[in-house]
Design a protein around this ligand. Structure first.
Ligand SMILES: NC(=O)c1ccc[n+]([C@@H]2O[C@H](COP(=O)([O-])OP(=O)(O)OC[C@H]3O[C@@H](n4cnc5c(N)ncnc54)[C@H](OP(=O)(O)O)[C@@H]3O)[C@@H](O)[C@H]2O)c1
Length: 265
């Protein structure tokens, strides 16, 4: 892995410069995505369409597309001379990222019930995104990020980590509720009930947005902030689209339920 990195970059300064550029480019991609989502829905799940390529089996798609966000960080941590992995703040932030992707790549895909096949373009874009983001987050944390000695006891880190945990648990619980709406073999849609779904249609998305916002607060970097912004743009759009879809499909859909932010939006 070190050989590959030294072949790609002539110096550490150059690699850090590229990592910073990647974070700014992700912000640009978030802005571009924000505008383009006024004209298209994120094309997978209930909005899947053959316009975006041939269908890929949904479990295979989630497993393969998310795997780089787990494997690449593991390689960077264990197979490179990463100078910052012995430091507690860096270790905790890397652990948050890995914890999410162990579940997302190795567990979540195999629990899906009756999910729609993923169009190839969505699958390919998610795969490339996971390579890009997995490298950007964990290379920065494992080799470059420097935090003050008391960072893990600072209010910013404690609040961010707590938000990360609350968001992750909300995301897991909400995905669990959704999956249990279907009996094995069913593929239709029902009204989700319980947990944060009592307040918002996009409870799983609110959980994931909260999780990465907490990670960004605790990580205090352009890299973690860019990921948090990108996630919020994609998932807020999905929450609003799902909310409108539910209101149109179910006459008895709870009228007090909001799209993404309880009581507000
Ligand atoms: N960080 C990021 O940028 C990012 C991006 C995308 C997704 N994610 C995360 O990945 C996870 C899955 O995302 P998603 O967009 O696929 O979520 P989703 O649209 O809510 O669907 C999740 C699963 O539940 C099923 N489902 C949804 N609503 C249902 C209902 N009312 N009745 C029965 N089944 C229902 C879906 O089946 P169908 O496939 O048949 O619709 C799918 O299998 C979420 O936790 C999300 O936060 C993260």
């Amino acid at each position: 892995m070190d050989t590959i990195l030294s072949w790609l970059f002539s110096s550490e300064e150059q690699e850090l410069y590229i990592l910073n550029c990647m974070a700014y480019l992700m912000n640009f991609m978030a802005a571009f995505t924000f505008v383009s989502l006024f004209f298209h829905k994120v094309p997978y799940g209930r909005y899947a369409s053959s316009k975006y390529g041939f269908p890929v089996n949904v479990k295979f798609a989630w497993f393969v597309q998310e795997l780089p966000s787990l494997l690449l960080p593991l390689c960077l941590v264990f197979w490179t001379s990463s100078s910052k992995t012995s430091l507690l703040p860096n270790q905790l932030l890397i652990a948050m990222f890995l914890c999410h992707y162990v579940q997302r790549a190795l567990i979540f895909p195999f629990l899906i019930r009756g999910g729609k096949a993923t169009p190839f373009l969505s699958f390919a874009l998610a795969f490339v995104f996971c390579i890009y983001n997995g490298y950007m987050q964990v290379r920065y944390l494992s080799h470059y990020a420097e935090y003050p000695a008391d960072w893990v006891t600072s209010p910013r880190f404690i609040t961010g980590s707590a938000l990360w945990l609350v968001g992750w648990l909300m995301n897991l619980h909400s995905d669990h509720i959704l999956r249990n709406l279907r009996k094995p073999g069913e593929t239709g849609y029902k009204i989700p009930r319980g947990g944060m779904f009592e307040y918002v249609s996009g409870a799983n998305f609110l959980g994931e947005i909260t999780e990465w916002a907490g990670f960004a607060l605790a990580g205090h970097s352009a890299h973690s902030s860019a990921f948090s912004i990108f996630t919020a743009v994609v998932l807020a759009n999905r929450a609003v689209a799902h909310h409108k879809w539910y209101l149109a499909k179910f006459e008895d859909y709870p009228k007090s339920r909001k799209a993404l932010i309880p009581f507000l939006f």
